[in-house]
Design a protein around this ligand. Structure first.
Ligand SMILES: [Zn+2]
Length: 142
């Protein structure tokens, strides 16, 4: 509960002007029966007046609402962060998998190139030996 001091209007006994007594110079008494010492903002007279203490439920509720709203927002934020972290994790895994796949494809391509190269050199050798067999080594042009 929030207890606020005399928000009710206080009337100056000397000049009769009314003002809000939020800031008494001095306070006496127990809760519910307090007296305050006030300075009149109009005439400067100092006088005693009872202080009204009221429970501002409205304010309490709004603060509670704010707190729960903040908690809610925080919860949503944490959830969003969690989701983002999971997404990042998934994407990182996918990236790693793709990199592995690319690496494998590269290796496959390299081995294919190697195979083709050795096949070509074998074929060259074959052509060479065939030419030699046919006796036309002179016409071979490199
Ligand atoms: Zn006054």
């Amino acid at each position: 509960m929030i207890i606020v001091l005399g928000l009710l209007l206080i009337k100056c006994p000397k000049c009769g002007s009314e003002f809000k007594g939020e800031k008494p110079v001095k306070i006496w008494g127990k809760a519910g029966a307090r007296t305050g010492l006030f300075d009149c903002p109009s005439c400067g007279a100092r006088f005693k007046a009872p202080i009204e203490e009221k429970v501002e439920i409205k304010e309490e509720v709004s603060i509670k609402n704010m707190v729960s709203k903040l908690k809610e927002v925080r919860g949503e934020f944490i959830q969003t962060l969690k989701n983002l972290r999971e997404k990042i994790k998934t994407l990182e895994t996918e990236r790693a998998n793709l990199l592995l796949e690319i690496e494998e494809l590269k290796k496959m391509a390299e081995s294919k190139v190697n195979a083709l190269e050795s096949e070509i050199s074998m074929l060259r050798e074959e052509v060479k030996s065939l030419r030699e067999l046919l006796g036309c080594t002179d016409t071979e042009k490199e």
